[in-house]
Every structure is written in C-alpha cells, then in structure tokens.
Write a protein that binds this ligand. Sequence first.
Ligand SMILES: [Zn+2]
Ligand SMILES: [Zn+2]
Length: 188
Amino acid sequence: MHERRDQEQGDGGSKRGQAAPTADVVDAGTEAEAVVFVCATCGVTLTGPLTRLPAVPEAPYYEWWDADEPGPSPATVPSGHYAIELEPYGAPLVVAEVPGPAMPRRGMIYNDGQPLVSQGPKGNIVINPDDARSLELRHASAACCGATPDGGMNQLCACGTLVATLCSDCCLPYELHLSADHVRAVHT
Ligand SMILES: [Zn+2]
Ligand SMILES: [Zn+2]
C-alpha cells in the first residue's frame, strides 16, 4: 500500500562500473514497515523483524575501562531496528591522507605511525547484534574479548557464506553490520 518505489530514484545504486545492484533493501519512506534480512545465497533468515531508523545513532557513551567484566558495550542500534551506514566500513584499511577515525564510531587506527582509514564497502545494514540469528563468528582480525571489524567480514551464515561484520570487543561500539551485497530484505 505504500509507494516505496518512488523513494529511491535519486541514487539508484552507485553505477561506477562494478555491477552490484546495491540493495533497494532500503525504503526510505516506509519507516514503520518491518523487514527481516535473509542470506542472499541460501535464503535463511538472519534477523528478527526490524524497522528502519533514519540514520545510525551515536554509539552510547560507555566507560568500558571501568566495567566490572569485559564485554560488549551497550548496542549502537536499539533492538528491533536497523540503519544504513553511509561511510566505508571494515577492511581494507589503507593509509589515510588526513588523520581521522578509521571508520565510523571506531576511533583512530595506526600502522607504523601512519593513520589508517577504511576503504571497505558503504551501505552496510547496521543492527543490534542481539537481533541476529544463525550467525557464527569467524575471527578476521585480532581482538581481546569480542570481535573487531578491522579485518572485514567475520560472520558466517550456516551455508558457509560470510554475510556480516560483528563489532563486539569491549572497547568498541556494539554493532553488527550486514553486508548489503550478501543479504536481502524481505517484507514481513
Ligand atoms: Zn546462507
Ligand atoms: Zn575486550
């Protein structure tokens, strides 16, 4: 009953040569309409029903160094919602010309004194990790007690496809990024 097709005409997916008809998983105008995300390869359901937020929220302030036990921070995205990350996220990390956060909500990363910045994909679907289902962690970068996004995707679907990136180490924001190229939104 909504005309969601009108919403996305503007940026019809970046057409800079490389295929990937990026997700019109994103219906800007129909915020209240819940979707579940499924694996694009095997179709298994990867999330509960989620409704879209207009933007990724700020990560909650959290004094992780004062926490009684190491563990994830409070989630960036409230349960039951998702948001689209517009900036590059995850691997590869390349030397930055201008120092700054390596990726959103991540802080600085240095290699041999040189600041790094993400050249990873844009358009990740950011969710609360507690809303994810059927995903298994396969570490892609070193972490202390959780997972970091620095090495790229680290979440395996049951079919063996990497579909998402978990960020859950104690000093990092708690979020799960579904890869727009590896999942599909299904209206509930
Ligand atoms: Zn799958
Ligand atoms: Zn930790």
